[in-house]
Design a protein around this ligand. Sequence first.
Ligand code: COA
Length: 397
Amino acid sequence: MNTYQTSSPAVGIDDIAFATGANRIDLAELAGRFGVEPAKYYVGLGQSEMSVPAADEDIVTMAAAAAAPIIERHGSGRLRTVLFATESGIDQSKSAGVYVHRLLGLPQAVRVVELKQACYSATAALQFAAALVARNPEETVLVIASDVARYELHSNAEPTQGAGAVAMLVAADPAILELETATGVYTQDVMDFWRPNHSATAIVDGKLSISAYQDAIEGAWADYRSRGGADFSEVDHFCYHQPFTKMAIKAHRHLAKSLGSERTQEELDAQIEPTTGYNRRIGNSYTASVYLALLALLDGDEDLTGRRIAFLSYGSGAVAECFSGIVRPGYRSALRSDANRAQLDARTVVDDARYLQLLEDAASADVHDSDRPRETGAPFRFAGVVGDRRQYEPTSA
Ligand code: COA
């Protein structure tokens, strides 16, 4: 059993669920348009598919769909805070979380706020949530990460799009993962990826983003260690931010080398491989991706009871954080593994022409008043825009 430092009482992830877009495109479709071998994406990027939202889905509908089973299971009696992390916000002022608050019928005595720092902000939300719960263990906090990743069409970044949301309930005496108290943080002003207000798609310097990611992870790890974090050799699995799954493998090999680890490349890759299954099929879900890595690991075959998992969260711009947690006994009874796998398989397969049409429709969604066609089978839908007001409703309405 690991030795570790946790807060008293234990605080961590009590429940976790995800949602994604209604459609999926095989990256072989994009390879055809780009005139490259599918292996460039399947092997070179470690991606097989990406999720594409239906015309009546967005970050709000995915977030509400991810959080709904958590509220259904736990109720909202102890919930005091909703933290909504995103970098593909639908409004410059109002938190997307307020729409989710209404869709889920949450009590008015709940605070709701949106957080932004590229793909990192869900980790800030998780840490803020843990601090709130440590202050009052009777309270719970709902953390939601939800994003639709969009880059310029026909750019090299286009195959690294995707869409998804992860919701986590943070509570005392958590059923799934107990957070350790040591965290390591790192910030550096770097222009590797950003989205100016005038642009619906992110601007990215892809190669710079890879080196900035690796530098930031190294810095966050060093800070984590200097604050009492576990040694590299004491960690069983590592969940990295996965803009594409190969990035996690690259970053892990890079970190191990920088630390002089004696683990072989096979041993290192085996620490990452079980974290990649969902991201490989969803694509980049920005803020949600590091927590989809956790979910894939938890849903896998290995019994993780008592295992230490380290998290390496990176958001371009750039902020990184490293922290760790210990998997709780009996964690499997809190999971929804079969439903999670079924959700990925249930997506409708679209070809390149349909995918391009969906992107074009989404780009015009909030420029004009419009009704969105009924497409999604998810519990909530984006019905359209009336007088600059986005309309959300249960799909059954
Ligand atoms: N079979 C197998 N692998 C192949 C291949 C083939 N036929 N063709 C190319 N590859 C490999 C390359 O060798 C490379 O692997 P390596 O990096 O391990 O050497 C990988 O596929 C990608 O090829 P590359 O030419 O570097 O890709 P690209 O120039 O098209 O762009 C990104 C890749 C990631 C830079 C681009 O998609 C991007 O900018 N994405 C958005 C930003 C991002 O996700 N950044 C990550 C940090 S946040």
